[in-house]
Design a protein around this ligand. Structure first.
Ligand code: NAP
Length: 292
């Protein structure tokens, strides 16, 4: 079994971005700027936004965070989105999800200028992705596509099983993998909570991708010998052994599955760092106006 080192691959891609940004700064250009809107005080959201801010700094990009209490109204939030849409110094921005229940997430996402929608959640970007046109592609699926490509894992003709059909991970990933394109051309089965015979379907996968949101859901008896296993899940489990007071686990029971599969991504250090690097790439694309 081989571990797919997402952290190492992400570092390599980040250094390429850093070189490109440094060349812009040398030419006295402003350089890309990523903004984030953070509503409320959800601990996980704060950590995600902080790591995005840190990643920007690590490649020489500037960033800003617009923090608002969870009492903010939908109308006020829409105004902030409008403000960022019209700010020429902001190339791309994200609205960290989830939002409080009184705010319609779809309404907020659809108000973002698609050119600045570096999370790739706007229907225009999703539509363009489906058609294979230049678009901001959702960071986690894009990161997984790069992870497979960089690890030289063949997808063409392979049976890929994606478990989980969320709009931000499973569904776009299933589309990207099944497209008639380089590093795609897979035969994809998209599973969800109503799928029958899930275990058998998973066992037939050459590449199994777990994006379920249930800690250690995928066990060894669901995996074919030698399969490639990509674990998207991210769960904070309380632990007295770590300084932070928690450790991260995925949707795959790593120890037992690792003994059986050909390749596996760890949690942490697999998909997570690739998600961040994809966001940086999208911000760079937005700066260079490659998505119109
Ligand atoms: P989500 O929106 O909760 O979607 C979960 C999907 O899994 C749904 O499609 C659901 O089916 C399916 N599912 C749930 N229980 C199932 C079961 N018992 N059998 C089969 N399918 C089942 O989750 P998400 O946003 O896609 O995130 C998935 C995981 O990835 C989470 O752990 C999240 O924290 C993690 N994540 C990580 C990153 C990263 O950068 N590493 C990024 C995003 C998300 P239904 O549609 O039928 O409900």
């Amino acid at each position: 079994m081989k571990i797919i080192d997402g952290k190492k691959i992400a570092e390599k891609l980040k250094s390429e971005i850093a070189n490109e940004v440094a060349a812009m700064i040398d030419k006295d250009e402003r350089g890309p700027h990523l903004a984030a809107i953070l509503v409320g005080d959800d601990a996980a959201s704060q950590t995600y936004v902080a790591s995005k801010e840190k990643a920007c700094a690590s490649v020489g990009m500037t960033s800003s965070i617009y923090r608002h209490p969870s009492t903010i109204t939908e109308k006020e939030l829409l105004k902030i989105v409008d403000f960022l849409n019209s700010d020429d110094e902001v190339d791309g921005f994200i609205v960290q999800l989830p939002l409080p229940a009184h705010i319609d997430e779809n309404k907020i996402i659809q108000r973002i200028d698609p050119k600045k929608d570096v999370d790739g959640f706007h229907p225009i970007n999703i539509g363009k992705m489906v058609l294979g046109l230049p678009a901001h592609i959702s960071a986690t699926p894009q990161g997984i596509m790069m992870l497979l490509e960089q690890s030289k894992i063949e997808t063409s003709g392979k049976h890929v099983v994606v478990v989980g059909r969320s709009n931000i991970v499973g569904t776009p990933l299933s589309i990207l993998l099944s497209r008639k394109a380089k590093n795609a051309n897979a035969t994809v089965t998209l599973c969800h909570s109503k799928t029958e015979n899930l275990k058998e379907i998973c066992k037939s996968a050459d590449i199994l991708i777990a994006a379920i949101g249930v800690c250690e859901f995928i066990k060894a008896d669901m995996v074919k010998d030698g399969a490639v296993v990509i674990d998207v899940g991210m769960h904070r489990i309380a632990s007295h052994k770590t300084q932070s007071g928690f450790k991260l686990k995925g949707d795959v029971a790593f120890n037992e599955v690792a003994e059986k599969c050909g390749y596996i991504t760890p949690v942490p250090g697999g998909v997570g760092p690739m998600t961040i690097v994809s966001l940086l790439q999208n911000t760079l694309k937005a700066y260079k106006k490659e998505v119109r």
